[in-house]
Design a protein. Structure first.
Length: 490
């Protein structure tokens, strides 16, 4: 496989993709980054399990079948995803044809055979990236995402003959795919892979650790997160390995899909708006207030939260500070789901403050867009955030965010101070101590700035002018791929 191949061929392996199968930001990245790479001239194909939603939502055709030990016949299907990104689907009905999500059943319980489900995805990825592939199209680069694809670099390492270079991207180090150690043998890895210099992880095996150990390059989704995961605080047990591989670790900031997220042409909004017509943003605020049963008032600041409800995301700070937030005065709207006690707490808060607080438990893409447009301030107090997308959506929609100084939040949001306002760089409000008091102080600064029309308009314009498109990040990935291929040829 050669750097002279034109165009550069990339197999992008993921477990979810927007809009057909989505649980979080990985789905957004899996749709947007391959499209950006293709726009830059790369020949990218996305490899996914053949979930029911993909088979229903795309036109598929049979490409190849291959016997993989206990799995028997595994078919690879070809499909075109929304946006005309070609896909290869791993078709094995006993593992993938079932109702529920990609990782859990309808009751929120992990599938009992997730190791097999994503072990097969990784196995097929490695096969397609090797000289043993049954397909005529063979990638130069195997780009694996999160633990679900983590065994692919390990499998490829032990396959003979020519093979693709491998990139392992960590979207969230907290999810590691840990299973009993003998699972590795059941999934076709050799005994030589079972040691500390392999897939072994504290007496068990980890899909993610396998990817981090065997990949030619590790990337994370923001520069700050690449540094944070090497620390004891945010390394989640992997910090030693990551420090050891520091020379092979890089942070490349995610982008956002500026076509799907464009306030000037967003079909989910009550009224389009842009830099030259920010007044129309107020129509979306009215529409959001009406839809969520809030008192319609253009003057009261409307705070929004769109998120999974977990300890990581820091919603407990919002609940702890709710009395003070609402007394500013302010309104609060929440869209999300997750931990049941957090869901109940926000529903209780809404019940106690009708017309001032509203909570929608679940996910609704259209409502998420309207909330980004209709809110005045976005709250995102995550304890850690590898990259984050909502803070970028918010700035792009003229909705300054309040964020904790971590990961991609620190890399994208510029705190509003007299100096940054004068420099024209201020885009939001950043607090650097994970406490209710620090969060509340940042929220108060935001509400105070909201009352100053000149300052607020400048903040909105600064955020809307920032370039969060995938083009720059895509170019960085292409540069990285080419460097790895050049090293392989030497």
């Amino acid at each position: 496989m050669s750097t002279s191949a034109v165009p550069l061929k990339v197999l992008f392996v993921t477990s979810e993709i927007f809009p057909l199968v989505k649980t979080g930001g990985l789905a957004d990245v899996s749709a947007a980054l391959p499209a950006a790479l293709r726009a830059l001239g790369a020949d990218v194909r996305v490899l996914l399990p053949a979930y029911p939603a993909l088979l229903k939502g795309t036109a598929v055709k049979w490409v190849a079948a291959h016997g993989l030990f206990e799995f028997g016949e595994v078919r690879v299907l070809s499909a075109n995803l929304p946006g005309d990104v070609p896909a290869l689907l791993v078709d094995y009905p006993p593992l993938y044809q079932r109702e529920g999500g990609p990782y859990q059943d309808r009751h929120g319980h992990d599938w009992h055979d997730n190791a097999l489900r994503f072990g097969l995805l990784s196995r097929v990825a490695a096969l397609l990236a090797s000289g043993q592939s049954p397909l005529s199209w063979r990638p130069d680069v195997l780009h694996c995402n999160d633990w679900q694809a983590g065994l692919a670099p390990a499998h490829l390492h032990y396959l003979p003959g020519p093979k693709a270079v491998t990139v392992m991207t960590v979207h969230n180090l907290a999810y590691q795919g840990v299973f009993p150690l003998d699972t590795a043998l059941k999934l076709g890895l050799p005994p030589a892979s079972l040691g500390m210099d392999g897939v072994e992880y504290y007496g068990e095996m980890s899909f993610l650790k396998a990817g981090l150990h065997y990949a030619d390059q590790i990337t994370t989704v923001s520069p700050t997160y690449a540094e944070e995961i090497q620390t004891d605080h945010l390394g989640f047990g992997m910090q030693g390995l990551l420090r050891q591989r520091k020379a092979r670790l890089a942070g490349i900031l995610n982008g956002i899909d500026c076509h799907a997220w464009n306030p000037e042409a967003d079909p989910h909004l009550a009224a389009p708006y842009g830099l030259k017509d920010l007044k129309a943003k107020g129509e979306n605020k009215r529409a959001l207030q009406e839809r969520m049963g809030l008192e319609v008032d253009p003057k009261v600041p409307l705070l929004a939260v769109i998120s999974r409800l977990t300890h990581q995301k820091g919603q407990d700070l919002i609940l702890a500070a709710a009395r003070e937030l609402l007394a500013m005065p302010a309104q609060l709207v929440l869209l999300g789901s997750g931990d049941k006690h957090l869901e109940q707490a926000f529903l209780g808060l809404a019940s106690a403050h009708p017309g001032q607080v509203a909570a929608h438990i679940g996910y609704n893409e259209g409502l998420a867009h309207l909330a980004e447009a209709g809110a005045d301030i976005f709250l995102m107090p995550s304890r850690f955030e590898p990259c984050g997308l909502n803070q970028m959506y918010s700035m792009h929609y003229g909705t300054p965010p309040v964020v904790f100084a971590t990961g991609g939040l620190a890399d994208t949001v510029v705190d509003c101070t007299p100096a940054t306002l004068a420099a024209g760089t201020a885009t939001g409000f950043v607090f650097d101590a994970m406490s209710e008091e620090a969060f509340l102080a940042a929220a108060r600064r935001a509400v105070t700035a909201f009352q100053d029309k000149k300052t607020w308009k400048q903040l909105q314009e600064n955020g809307m002018k920032a370039d969060f498109s995938w083009e720059h990040s895509g170019a960085r990935y292409l540069d990285l791929y080419r460097r790895l291929l050049a090293e392989q040829e030497r």
